[in-house]
Design a binder for this molecule. Structure first.
Ligand code: UGY
Ligand code: MN
Length: 246
């Protein structure tokens, strides 16, 4: 709900940002024709990646990123036809694609399509072939909890191979579940609350968060989450991964 009284839940700090629907700026971009774009996280904040939402206004065709790099898309609604002219996939809600810049993948969005999109510059690893395109669907929650924490499950969306310089995971917390400790690490995060809510500690601030909220965590931002309410809290989380920080 937007307020005309100068209020917003969004907070932009040096070490983190919380971006909420009440302050979204909906724009158009020439390389995303016939779509509404909401940029949640960009390098302008200090981030090493870009995270945004795309909503198609009509059937539309989107070219590969003009700036190269990896494009990761998660379908939230509608259909998206992904093709490089050789390989074609039709993606539906909860399907996702990791698209390298080495192949010219276009996105054909249906008029009702909504996608989450994350882009970053790929960091090569010497002696390691960069991965090709990878497609999947958010899997059912693994019955085995994370490190014996009964209330926390993690689903990894990308292969655990050194060629991948990023991780995208879905983390599911049962009500009352939490991260086991306050994390500080050199990797940064982009996070989208998919369901439920709770309290996010970011640096020395504590924020109530709910479905639709987006968070950027800079390297070393102290972070902790505790789930509240009666339903599971679920978030999608990106981090730069598998590479030396230097
Ligand atoms: O993978 C992570 O670093 C994750 N546990 N961080 C987080 O949920 N804030
Ligand atoms: Mn973390």
């Amino acid at each position: 709900m937007r307020s005309s009284l100068g209020e917003t839940r969004s907070r932009i700090k040096r070490s983190h940002a919380l971006v909420c629907a009440d302050s979204h700026e909906i724009i158009g971009l020439p390389h995303w024709p016939d779509t509404d774009v909401v940029s949640y996280v960009t390098p302008g904040l200090g981030a090493g990646f870009s995270l945004f939402r795309i909503v198609a206004r009509r059937d539309t065709l989107v070219a590969p990123p003009p700036h190269g790099g990896i494009r990761f898309v998660l379908i939230r609604s509608g259909e998206v036809r992904v093709t490089d002219g050789t390989e074609t996939r039709l993606l539906r809600p909860d399907d996702y694609a990791y698209l390298p810049s080495s192949a010219p993948f276009t996105l054909g969005l249906s008029a009702d399509a909504e996608i989450l999109c994350l882009e970053h510059a790929y960091k090569p690893l010497s002696g390691c072939e960069p991965p090709g395109a990878f497609f999947g669907a958010i899997p059912a929650v693994d019955p085995v909890p994370l490190k014996g924490n009964e209330q926390l499950h993690v689903q990894k969306l990308l292969p655990e191979a050194p060629g991948f310089d990023m991780e995208v995971n879905v983390m599911t917390f049962a009500p009352g579940g939490s991260l086991p400790y306050v994390e500080t690490h050199f990797m940064e995060h982009g996070l989208v609350m998919l369901d439920g809510g709770g309290i996010y500690r970011l640096d020395d601030s504590w924020y109530p968060v709910a479905q639709g909220d987006v968070i950027w965590m800079a390297p070393f931002c102290p972070q902790w989450f505790g789930a509240l309410g009666r339903e599971d809290a679920r978030y999608l989380i990106y981090k730069n991964w598998n590479r030396d920080p230097l």
